[in-house]
Ligand binder design. Structure first.
Ligand code: AMP
Length: 184
């Protein structure tokens, strides 16, 4: 499955819970970059400059990292929650190529109003959560990532879930939304 949603919508927290629930992998491209930057790995350091400014990491670099993960079946079997990828149309098309015969079952649009995610990002205070980068990321979400909602809706694999509420409430809504995909 794929989780779409603004930064601060709870994709990371909920993605981890879903992965635990379904005993599948949680794959976050942001986390991969943060880990590899901390380890001094080249791709991570290159990505960090973009991340700190609230820019998107270039598609080629992101796709190379995801491609590498998917080459190892142990990383993606028996399934996965993709959190923060794809974020552009180009990445969505690359994901189709990478997945080949194993298409995505469900894409979730975790919906939280902008003023709420801004407050959450201010509160979490991650290194890349400056006022300017928060503003820039929301702008890029609208222009680059939001069109993917329609892209997946046209494939009839999109579920919108209200991301306001307690962590447990949202988790429950996510499980219910996912269940409808498999009982139709
Ligand atoms: P996240 O952990 O999902 O909040 O991502 C943190 C940062 O990593 C983002 O602000 C981007 O700079 C970068 N990033 C993560 N995933 C992607 C992606 N799929 N495409 C481009 N940049 C990404």
């Amino acid at each position: 499955m794929v989780l779409l949603g603004k930064q601060g919508s709870g994709k990371g927290t909920q993605g981890k819970r879903l992965a635990t629930h379904f005993r599948i992998r949680h794959l976050s491209t942001g986390e991969m970059f943060r880990d590899s930057a901390a380890a001094g790995v080249h791709a991570g350091l290159e990505a960090k400059g973009f991340m700190d400014r609230g820019e998107l990491v270039p598609d080629e670099l992101v796709v190379a990292v995801v491609d590498e993960r998917f080459k190892n079946p142990l990383e993606v079997m028996p399934g996965f929650v993709l959190d923060g990828f794809p974020r552009t149309k180009a990445q969505a098309l690359e994901l189709d190529r990478i997945l080949e015969q194993n298409p995505i079952d469900v894409v979730i649009d975790l919906d939280v109003p902008t003023d709420v995610v801004v407050e959450r990002m201010r509160a979490r205070g991650r290194e890349d959560d400056t006022e300017e980068s928060i503003r820039r990321r929301l702008e890029l979400y609208d222009t680059e990532t939001k069109p993917l909602v329609q892209f997946y809706r046209e494939r009839s694999i999109l579920e919108r879930v209200n991301g306001l509420g307690t962590e447990d409430e949202v988790h429950g809504l996510l499980l219910a939304a996912i269940a409808t995909r498999f009982t139709r």
